[in-house]
Design a protein around this ligand. Structure first.
Ligand SMILES: NC(=O)c1ccc[n+]([C@@H]2O[C@H](COP(=O)([O-])OP(=O)(O)OC[C@H]3O[C@@H](n4cnc5c(N)ncnc54)[C@H](OP(=O)(O)O)[C@@H]3O)[C@@H](O)[C@H]2O)c1
Length: 315
């Protein structure tokens, strides 16, 4: 099985490459930098900026059985950056695949953000609220309107080794504090390797042109903080109350800074708008009814993750 993974240098991309490599597949990863792929042997890497599709020309795309389009932008101060990567890059790849006579299956990594906050099923109307979510939904539409054999996977918050997104939160937990709001937030989470395992599982399924949610668990931030406390061996974990109006003020401030500076960053008005939502819950009945069972159980996966951060000197 020959598999192409875009965004191979990043958090999820490196896990996808590693997992498929361990399945015995012939894996080619593309990205602009080598990033985390440096640590994964056996995966072929092609330097490629998908904003310049010419750079994919050296690959015989029709040769691949599977393409996992994972490249994307998760956080940026200015909305234009989301459109550039999550939409234009997807358009370029889809055009390249269509014009290369690719006969395999395209797995498109979207996001729960494309559906919007609340409790969501695949068939619910998509109501994204953030610029990121809106750009991921348009990216999905590009894929869905193509002539390709596609499957869209919409993960919720992904955790795992090498993730920089939740690292900020773990750093707070390490100090023995966690943010507490007037109403608890609850989010669905999934382990990066379970996302890879799900795609591997779907390769054997008879399906086409379908959208899937998947998750390991729904949990509140205080539950995550207390699990961290147990795994990391902290003695105390103190909630720090953050009033809702403070989040609203921060959101405005970051939005303004983003308009002026146009720089990317982990924290942005868009991210704070995400944080302000009470629920980001994915209902994964469809994946379950197909018979998918995540190979990594949640608590074990969380423990592996925190131990990795510790051993790598991140925490
Ligand atoms: N992290 C989450 O919690 C989460 C949740 C749901 C969905 N997702 C989705 O999962 C995917 C991966 O997210 P992640 O958290 O792993 O992000 P990440 O670590 O920032 O990785 C993003 C990848 O995209 C690549 N990329 C960006 N622009 C590119 C371009 N012009 N040409 C080629 N490659 C480009 C980056 O590579 P270079 O910079 O080296 O080019 C990098 O490898 C995204 O599509 C995201 O929307 C993530």
């Amino acid at each position: 099985m020959k598999v192409l993974v875009t965004g191979a240098s990043g958090f999820l991309g490196s896990h996808l490459c590693e997992y498929f490599q361990n399945c015995g597949f012939d894996v080619v990863g593309v990205s602009r930098k080598r990033g985390f792929l440096k640590d994964i042997s056996g995966v072929k890497w092609l330097k490629c900026d998908l904003l310049e599709p010419e750079s994919l020309k050296s690959l015989s795309l029709f040769d691949f059985d599977v393409v996992v389009h994972n490249a994307g932008l998760v956080s940026a101060a200015h909305p234009d950056y989301f459109w550039e990567v999550n939409v234009r890059v997807t358009l370029n790849l889809v055009h390249m695949l269509e014009s290369s006579d690719f006969k395999g299956r395209l797995f498109h990594i979207s996001s729960l953000a494309a559906s919007g906050p609340g409790v969501k099923r695949e068939e619910d109307e998509c109501r994204p609220i953030t610029s990121y979510g809106k750009s991921k939904l348009v990216g999905e539409e590009v894929v869905k309107s193509s002539s390709l054999d596609w499957v869209v996977v919409r993960p919720p918050v992904i955790f795992g080794e090498r993730d920089r997104g939740l690292y900020v939160l773990y750093s707070l937990f390490k100090k023995g504090i966690y943010p507490r709001w007037s109403v608890e937030r609850c989010v669905s989470v999934v382990y990066a390797r379970n996302v890879a395992a799900f795609i591997r599982f779907l390769l054997d399924e008879d399906l086409s042109r379908e959208v899937f949610f998947l998750k390991d668990k729904d949990l509140t931030w205080s539950e995550m903080a207390h699990l961290f406390k147990k795994v990391y061996g902290k003695r105390v974990m103190v909630p720090v109350f953050v009033p809702e109006f403070v989040l609203a003020l921060f959101q405005r401030g970051f939005d303004f800074a983003g308009c002026v500076a146009k720089k990317g960053g982990i924290l942005s008005g868009d991210k704070i708008l995400e944080l302000r939502q009470k629920q980001w819950i994915a209902v994964d009945d469809k994946a379950k009814s197909r018979g998918f069972r995540p190979p990594f159980e949640f608590e074990t996966a969380f423990e592996r993750t925190i131990n990795w951060y510790r051993l790598s000197g991140w925490l």
